[in-house]
Design a protein around this ligand. Sequence first.
Ligand code: FAD
Length: 582
Amino acid sequence: MALKQAILPQTIIYLLRNDLRLHDNECFNYIACLAEKLKTKLSGTDNTPLHLVPLYCFQPEHYISGTYNFGFARVGEPRARFTLEAVKDLKLHLQSKGSDLIIKSCFANEESGSPVNAVSSVIEQLGITKGRQEDSQDSCSNCTLIFHEEATQEELDVESSLIQLCDEYGVQVKSFWGSTLHHKDDIPFKKVLRKGSDAPDVPDVYTQFRMAVEAKSKVRSPFPTPASLPPLPNHVLSDDMPTEAQVGVSHELNMPLDKSAFPFKGGETAALKRLNDYLWGNNAITTYKETRNGLVGTEYSTKFSPWLAIGNLSPRAIYAEVRKYEASRTKNQSTYWVIFELLWRDYFRFVCLKYGTKVFFPGGIRGMKVNWKQDKNMFDRWKSGTTGVPFVDANMREILRTGWMSNRGRQNVASFLVKDMKLDWRLGAEWFESMLIDHDVCSNYGNWNYAAGIGNDPREDRKFNVIKQGLDYDLNGEFVKLWVPELANLAQSTSSTKGKIHFPWKLSPGELNSAGIQLGVTYPKPMLVAGEWERHYGKVMKKTGGPSDSRPASSDSRHQGPQKQRGMDFYFSSSSNPTSRR
Ligand SMILES: Cc1cc2nc3c(=O)[nH]c(=O)nc-3n(C[C@H](O)[C@H](O)[C@H](O)COP(=O)(O)OP(=O)(O)OC[C@H]3O[C@@H](n4cnc5c(N)ncnc54)[C@H](O)[C@@H]3O)c2cc1C
């Protein structure tokens, strides 16, 4: 039987998920190697040794169901557009290699887009029937399902259901790990002792993880891009590629691509171009450490995350390219720092593997007891960018219009929601899940756990002072002006207005008047004012000779906060100490 197996033509079904690329893809490498092997064995016969069915599903769970607790659209418009572009690009790449992409889409038929239904329909179209292994001499069909493994529950459930399905049809299953920089099997931690889990028992503090990994684990070399791929078998039907309208791209957002910090397209082509441009094109990588906390424009950070999230870009390919760049152009702290950040991404993935569904629980991976508040009115003001706190509003409007927000912005708005507004962190996490182009379950929920003080943060109750942050990172108000144009007249860099855009409620009626602002009419009054902000606007007022002792324009005493309370001012500067960075 072994001999018969070895020389029979075979079919591989490759279920693509968040691995939409041909470069550094172990599944395609497996296929290319198998094709080579079978070609030699079957030489001299007329048989095509190997057929391949690359399969992608537009899942009802993503496009029809909402987010878990609050029912926001699970894939908002910016990511829907990006995903469609990425899938179309993949199809073209596959065609150029002699293959194609089979689509199963919930827009054709709600049932059809679910991975288990999609795979079972392909298996049946291949003529494989259930129970074959029981009444035939063969224990298996000559068909194998392959896929890359994911880390969170819903995706792991899909994997279990696929294994069960394939068992019923005698289809073999092979899975690979390909989403992290360091392979799951290479990192120096024992496995978690939990039934059915092979998760590494990573430490709860990032620095311990990073130091162990940097000292003891090597990044594997990327797999080569296949020169060609096996053809599709006959009779496997594809649904149509969904239209923009079907996935929810309405163009109503009228996305301002000229203003967006992420004006790029989805797909491996655009991802590899960005990698090349950021390194070899403009050498932006050599100043990454100094610019990474920026807010405006495309070059302050790599912008790799949306492509990494959907798998258009492999972290190992980034690593290999950075090493090449360092060897032939420049090696400095900035080039190191890009890799350092990629380790955060690895870390959250392994944390999710270790803690399972806890990352989604109200008390997070630490299982804390917190009475989270869910106030719709407050949340609506946060998500629509109308809190009356300009730095928060600018960031929230940016994500709403473009699907992008800088890392600096994300940390501030998350802290504001959880620590200032005291709202349930899951509202914020699910809103990000809906809106972010780069949404990645592990990075998003891991970072929200962290921001809410229920995750991997050894420092208790860390809070960002959004006024200080605004002044530090947007002193001239260029960022706020971009997204909150009604305050634009305050975004001047003259000494009398510098920084004041961040706290319009402290300005005198005369100052507001001359900037054309009527608080509560043209721009909201702040929904809250934290005590610890006081000393920061004080500093600007003193420096610019402003009316630090004039009456604040807002007469609502609730908005002025306890003047004497200094509160926490946890603010972490762009220190060169990697342990202090989040
Ligand atoms: C509340 C919150 C939610 C977030 N949600 C996501 C998310 O859904 N998807 C996502 O990819 N990132 C998320 N991040 C992390 C981070 O903000 C983004 O990865 C980063 O802003 C992407 O921009 P960039 O590619 O230019 O990053 P760069 O600064 O250029 O960093 C390079 C790469 O390192 C990785 N990285 C950097 N910082 C982090 C981090 N804190 N956590 C994990 N990986 C990191 C990313 O893959 C990034 O592409 C979140 C951060 C916060 C505070």
